[in-house]
Design a protein around this ligand. Structure first.
Ligand SMILES: [Fe+2]
Length: 402
């Protein structure tokens, strides 16, 4: 892929403010976009006491606010129904949606911000593509059932995990539970949903348990590797991705071992953000995400863990077509400038932080592989993978991971 010169464009970025305790300055960033804050979070973040200091600061600033915390891990259409009802009750006029949480909160909150003004309370704004006769995405089935005629409400993002970097883009995933036998994760994209302001406050990530920290860190690593090896990679994304990999290699083991290490937390938060900007600048993602999403959707596993489980297998599958790129990854990880050394270093890092778990340890048996394969092939992140797989090859990758 190296001889290919990809066309790319750099769009204006969201205003980003990074530093300890910047979350408390939220009110000044709401004011340019509205007069009231509807805060979307989850029960875990709310219960951990992360939200209260922020709402206290809003109260001090004389700003009206309300908290909605009914977002599930791997958020669903049911969370959308509840969120849209709550924000309609609060009122949409002058409302800014503030997202405080990890990727699930960001994704669900962005969807609610778009759905509410459009009178939608279902997943019809997301893509649900089917496959053609060659098991590729059938573009004639790509358009969402409903299109948004109105822009979404303005959003502000305050991440509490260092993983998905959902704050860097206007996309997300919502699980459609309408078929109880087959929950499917659906992608939605709307550039206007990209948060107006991002507040990166590392103190909010300090309380995250080691297991979650590790899984989120492997999400960051995967974003960077997939952005760098995407068929739509570009030099801007490459620079961000490779530095994100350097930071992950240095700081993830420290953040997992000692969650109170603010330097490690701050650097992982920046790594997450850089990797998010990398893939959101055009490269998008790849097959690790395409294979990971169905494991989350169907087996209710943490996103980062599903990626950690699939990453080495997909890297081996892609190795020969992106060998030079993987050599760069090896260098950034601090090992040899060599593709096989890179794969070995990824496996070693995963073992160090405890995410080296087999697919069977995530609740899968060989009976699940058919349905997982079907959804992986229908996942839009597969479109930018450097070596497009057949159905049999996806099946085999899941079987190897089992
Ligand atoms: Fe991800």
């Amino acid at each position: 892929m190296d001889p290919v010169i990809n066309t790319f464009g750099l769009e204006p970025m969201s205003s980003t403010v990074s530093g300890p305790n910047v979350a408390a300055t939220l009110a000044q960033y709401v004011s340019p976009h509205g007069t009231r804050a509807f805060i979307i979070t989850d029960a875990g973040v709310n219960g951990a006491g992360v939200v209260k200091p922020i709402t206290d600061a809003l109260t001090t600033a004389g700003m009206k606010w309300q908290v909605f915390d009914q977002v599930s891990p791997n958020p669903t259409d049911l969370n959308v129904v509840a969120g849209v009802a709550a924000i309609n009750k609060f009122g949409l006029d002058g409302t800014v949606v503030v997202l405080i949480g990890g990727g699930s909160v960001m994704d669900c909150g962005k969807y609610i911000a778009l759905a509410a003004p459009n009178g939608v309370d279902h997943v019809g704004l997301a893509f649900a593509p089917e496959l053609d006769a060659n098991d590729r995405i059938d573009f004639s089935t790509l358009a969402p059932k409903f299109s948004a005629s109105k822009p979404g409400l303005p959003t502000i993002a305050i991440p509490t995990t260092s993983g998905t970097a959902s704050e860097t883009n206007g996309a997300g995933l919502i699980t459609d539970t309408s078929d109880p036998a087959h929950h499917r994760k659906l992608l939605f994209v709307n550039p206007l949903l990209r948060p107006r302001t991002i507040l990166l406050d590392p103190t909010l990530t300090v309380g995250m348990p080691a297991k979650g920290t590790a899984a989120c860190g492997m999400d960051v690593l995967t974003h960077a590797i997939e952005a760098h090896t995407s068929v739509k990679s570009n030099p801007y994304g490459d620079a961000l991705a490779l530095h994100a990999i350097r930071l992950v290699a240095k700081y993830l083991p420290i953040a997992v071992k000692n969650g109170a290490d603010l330097e490690a937390r701050a650097n992982m938060q920046i790594a997450s953000h850089l990797a998010g900007r990398a893939f959101s600048s055009g490269p998008q993602l790849g097959m690790v995400h395409a294979l990971g999403h169905p494991i989350s959707g169907q087996l209710h596993q943490a996103h980062g863990q599903t990626l950690a489980t699939m990453l080495p297998h997909v890297m081996r599958f892609n190795r020969d077509v992106v060998a030079e790129r993987y050599a760069n990854v090896g260098e950034a990880l601090g090992t040899e400038v060599d593709p096989d050394a890179a794969i070995a270093a990824v496996e070693k890092l995963s073992a160090t932080v405890g995410t080296n778990r087999k697919l069977s340890e995530l609740g899968a048996t060989s009976d699940n592989i058919g349905a997982l394969t079907q959804d992986a092939l229908r996942d839009l992140t597969i479109l930018t993978t450097p070596r497009y797989p057949s159905r049999g090859e996806v099946h085999e990758l899941y079987a190897k991971a089992l």
